[in-house]
Design a protein around this ligand. Structure first.
Ligand code: MYR
Length: 131
């Protein structure tokens, strides 16, 4: 159901979330307009995601429930897993630099893909439209 190409349409509280992550104001301004696009290809419990933004293009592969490493666009390295809970993908990732946990989820709401983020008490959302 997540398969397809998703382009970010709007964000909620994303600036505050990035601030909590320790990202400086200049990078935050650029990140607000990153034109993030994700092409998601799910085959069974395996996912292949092609991520592209004004920062980079990146290929990500993971299996549900299996730990993997990922570097955020600002270089912050995290390690964790995605799980499927009903129709919702739930991710739990620990930063390698401080061991603090970032949780995230992906769910489909009215034809849009809603990705929620939480880090140290701050929640944000990014909402994607299918291309
Ligand atoms: C993926 O499924 O796209 C790869 C794994 C995602 C890991 C967690 C993503 C959190 C991204 C937060 C961006 C925050 C920038 C401060």
């Amino acid at each position: 159901a997540f398969n397809g190409t998703w382009k970010v349409d709007r964000s909620e509280n994303y600036d505050k979330f990035m601030e909590q992550m320790g990202i400086n104001v200049m990078k935050r301004k650029l990140a607000e307009h990153d034109n993030l696009k994700m092409t998601i290809e799910q085959t069974g419990d395996k996912f292949h995601i092609k991520e592209s933004s004004t920062f980079r293009t990146k290929d990500i592969e993971f299996t549900l429930g299996v730990q993997f490493e990922y570097a955020l666009a600002d270089g912050t390295e995290v390690s964790g897993t995605w799980e499927l809970e009903g129709e919702t993908m739930r991710g739990r990732f620990a930063r390698k630099d401080n061991c603090k946990v970032l949780t995230t989820s992906r769910t489909l709401v009215g034809g849009e893909l809603v990705q929620c983020y939480n880090y140290e008490g701050v929640d944000a959302k990014r909402i994607f439209k299918k291309q």
